[in-house]
Unconditional design. Sequence first.
Length: 270
Amino acid sequence: MSSLSITPGTNNVGAYINSIEIKELDQKQINKIKDTLSQFGVIFIKKQNLDPESYQNFAKSIGTPVVYPRLKGLDKKFPFINVIERKPDDKNLSFGSSWLHQDTSYLANDRPRYTMLMGIEIPNGQGNTIFSSGFNAYEKLPYEIKIKIENATGIFSSSGPIAITRLEREKEMGIKSSDSMEAEHPIVKIVNGKKTLYVSPGHLMKIKNVDEKDAVYLKQYLVEHVNKKEFIFSYEWSKGDICLWDNLSILHMASEIKNCRRVMHRITMK
Ligand SMILES: [Fe+2]
């Protein structure tokens, strides 16, 4: 099998992994994929079109898949695959849209670290996924901000600004809305030996462990900072593509989709 190659994404956000067939990976290639994921935070693998079994097996080779009960499951045989479907007449916001975020930052323990999507049905010219690199955003912070947030923590809530997309989804599925969940985490993390920003604007309520007079300003500053164009890659999907990201180092959001169908298969992993 040919050896895989790596091409960085736009603005150095994430990396494409080229020349691989996920169905035929050997251990050396799996290790290379894990290394690339850890180094870049998000990887893009084009046009794999995996059947559910191969897709779930790939997830198991990268981490430990977790059941995500608040999204529709694919099938009893594939408990880890959730279906994210957008119908042409859906009028509400797309799940996870409008706010950059890091999945499940409102959980204190056992957060699923990785999220993976595969494009099953992709509309033309719509439905990009927007990624922002916490590595690049941290690196470009002014020195005085780095000092101010050195030991800062964030309070993250499932009732944060992004909650509306979850509530709409729960209503659609007839699930009783869960109680609000809240957790506190350091906002500067070290992944693969590099510092990265963990600020999940969709869930961030408050910055703590900073000078009290700076808390509001720093929250606003950091939210605006990770949204700057220079840290963003808007990924345009093709059918069968796989995006896999580390929620510690990469922020993401869905973009708006109107009057068309889009289906993704999603797996989260520890
Ligand atoms: Fe998300």
